[in-house]
Design a binder for this molecule. Structure first.
Ligand code: M6R
Length: 618
């Protein structure tokens, strides 16, 4: 995944500076190289290199361009085709340095197109797939098409996923952006300045008026205005609805926190409060469809998959149907012809752009047409997932910039909790006052987290200080807390670079226990639910082998506390209503543990190695 940004204006402003700020806000999408191009006096001026944006800026002053430049394109890259080098960095240009392109996505047929263009004499200098685009456009322009129609023709030759922005040295008043399966949003400051970007925060300091480009659509940006076309019909403008963005730029800036990840953990209470206000109507729709489904699958990747594990557990409490959770990359291969009509797929994705998930859903839809329903839960309005879904719930986490998903996990589990309680309401399987107790517990989750964040986090710093930094360790749990263990383990893996396994406490006896030596750290996630007594037995087994026992428990806990070397305590009532939503209230402690660990070992939690926020490669 990469981030692209474009600006075109008629104002006396530094487009280089704004483009640099724009890609800084998109750096979560990729951070191994970057570049900016501006146009002035029929020439393109390009600065690019490998490395993080700040490092490159220090070396070559990324924002300094000829005064008077009125357009710029910028790119922050996460390498897919070709190593992160200066030559492979975007923008890429044609043979005559006239056409510049920034691209997010992957072109699947680039090898054959490259051979075709090379045979016509085009000269390629990078290993990227992207470089074919400026050459293709050049080729069509040499055959007498104008810039816009040449772009449309060239794009129709490209297979794969792309969000691209393109400028031409001889067209000072035009930026063209096109999308297919990779997001492009367009922002407009009426009459003055237009922007395009991979994500809204990139231009949010300047405008909240935007358009979401659909697949196979092209936006032709002029200073302060835009026209839209279908790629296949680039002469007839089409109308698109304006979107007004509710949140402001503070939501996408660090606001005094050292890292986005820390800020986003502290935003969990407010994100949950907003998500609690999801409309009853859409929850009812989800509930009814799930109640009448023959088979139900829940699918996602990474953190969203662990949210699915928690959600599946919560929903099955109130629905007499098994929900099969399948990682989206395995969905097609595991289900094959076993996917039958009248199935319902719950698809979960923060970004709504994870390619494995999109493919799984697309495959299911193509196979069964309207006889399969897709209910999706995502945080990004207009994302690709929403286009393939029958019904969508938008979580209200706000923009999440840290690569590690934190507040979005909480809001996903909460949303699934709301769906579960709606099913309980609908099916009348519990007395009203009983359901109300579950609702009370769910509505209390923001307060419980707030209380923990305000009062109890010092213990996490102490644990991090006392942990032998070379150790690997386990997160063990049973039942619903298995999701918490897995998600806690994932957080530490991705941002602290330690091999930490989230595992079933029961299953760990069948092999993994042999790793335990004196002081081997094991974190038990232990809400007082129906698995508690058996978990006590597991704690004793691991303690007997010398393990250092760290437990995550409720404040009133006694038995596991007495067996533990250290406890992390969550201030919530010890009853079944609150236990059911403990995946929401217990996870911040593990997110923060990972955060403090990462900082303690000198890593950048916002930019883990080898990772981008959204994975758009198979
Ligand atoms: O945007 P999505 O929720 O579809 O992303 C899925 C995973 O790539 C994502 O959760 C990933 O595991 C995060 N880096 C975890 O923190």
């Amino acid at each position: 995944m990469c981030g692209i940004f474009g600006i075109i204006t008629n104002q006396e402003i530094s487009v280089g500076k704004i483009a640099l700020e724009g890609i800084k806000r998109l750096e979560y999408r990729g951070y191994d190289s970057c570049g900016i191009v501006t146009q002035y006096s029929s020439k393109l001026y390009i600065k690019k290199d490998a490395g993080k944006i700040d490092e490159i800026h220090k070396k070559i002053k990324l924002d300094e361009f000829p005064n008077g430049a009125k357009l710029a394109l910028a790119h922050t890259r996460w390498a897919t085709h070709g190593a992160p080098t200066k030559l492979n960095s975007h923008p890429h240009v044609d043979c005559h340095n006239k056409i510049a392109v920034v691209h997010n996505g992957i072109l699947e047929n680039f090898i054959e197109l490259k051979e075709e263009l090379q045979s016509k004499g085009h000269n390629f200098i990078s290993e990227t797939d992207t470089e074919i685009i400026p050459h293709l456009i050049e080729d069509y322009m040499e055959n007498d098409l104008d810039f816009k129609n040449a772009v449309a023709k060239a794009i129709q030759r490209c297979e794969g996923a792309y969000g691209v922005a393109i400028c031409h040295a001889d067209y000072p008043n035009t930026i063209i952006a096109v999308r297919k399966e990779s997001p492009i949003v367009v922002g407009i400051e009426e009459g003055n300045t237009s922007y395009c970007a991979s994500d809204i925060p990139a231009f949010l300091p300047y405008t909240r008026t935007c358009y979401l480009l659909d697949d196979d659509e092209m936006a032709v940006l002029k200073p302060g205005s835009v026209e839209f076309f279908d790629v296949k019909d680039s002469n007839v403008p089409k109308k698109k609805a304006i979107q007004k963005i509710e949140w402001n730029i503070d939501a996408a800036e660090k606001g005094g926190y050292e890292h986005f990840m820390l800020k986003e953990i502290y935003e969990e209470p407010s994100a949950l409060r907003r998500t609690l206000k999801i409309s009853k109507d859409i929850l009812k729709t989800f509930a009814k469809i799930l109640w009448s489904a023959k088979n139900i699958y829940i699918t996602a990747a990474g953190t969203s998959f662990y949210a699915s594990l928690a959600g599946k557990f919560i929903i099955t409490k109130f629905l007499d149907k098994y929900i099969e959770a399948i990682e989206c990359s395995e969905f097609q291969i595991q289900l094959g012809d076993a996917l039958k009509e009248d199935s319902v797929i719950i698809a979960i994705s923060q970004s709504g752009e994870t390619i494995d998930l999109i493919e799984a859903i697309r495959w299911a839809k193509e196979k069964l047409k309207n006889r399969v329903k897709v209910l999706s839960i995502t945080n990004v309005v207009g994302s690709t997932l929403t286009r393939y879904s029958d019904h969508v719930i938008l979580t209200q986490a706000g923009p999440e910039i840290g690569v590690a998903a934190t507040k979005t996990y909480c809001t996903q589990v909460l949303t699934l909790g709301l769906v579960a309680l709606e099913i309980a309401d609908l099916r009348k399987i519990l007395p009203d006052n009983e359901i109300e107790k579950y609702y009370d517990a769910l509505r209390s989750t923001p307060d419980i987290i707030e209380d923990f964040l305000n009062n109890d986090i010092e213990i996490l710093k102490k644990i991090v200080k006392n942990l032998e930094k070379t150790h690997n360790f386990f997160f063990l749990a049973r039942g619903i807390s298995l999701a918490t263990a897995k998600e806690g383990g994932l957080k530490l893996k991705e941002i602290a670079c330690r091999f930490i396994e989230g595992y079933s406490a029961a299953h760990a006896k069948h092999g993994p226990i042999s790793l335990v030596r004196k002081d081997f750290p094991i974190i038990f996630i232990a809400p007082p639910d129906e698995t508690y007594d058996r978990l006590v037995g597991n704690v004793m087994e691991f303690k007997a082998r010398g393990g250092k026992i760290i437990s995550l428990v409720v404040k009133s806990d006694k038995t596991i506390t007495d067996l533990s070397d250290i406890t992390i305590r969550i201030n919530q009532p010890a009853n079944k209503y609150y236990n059911l939503f403990s995946p929401i209230t217990f996870i911040p402690a593990l997110q923060l543990l990972a955060y403090f660990y990462s900082v303690d070992v000198g890593l950048d939690p916002d930019q883990p190695q080898n990772l981008a926020k959204t994975v758009t490669v198979h």
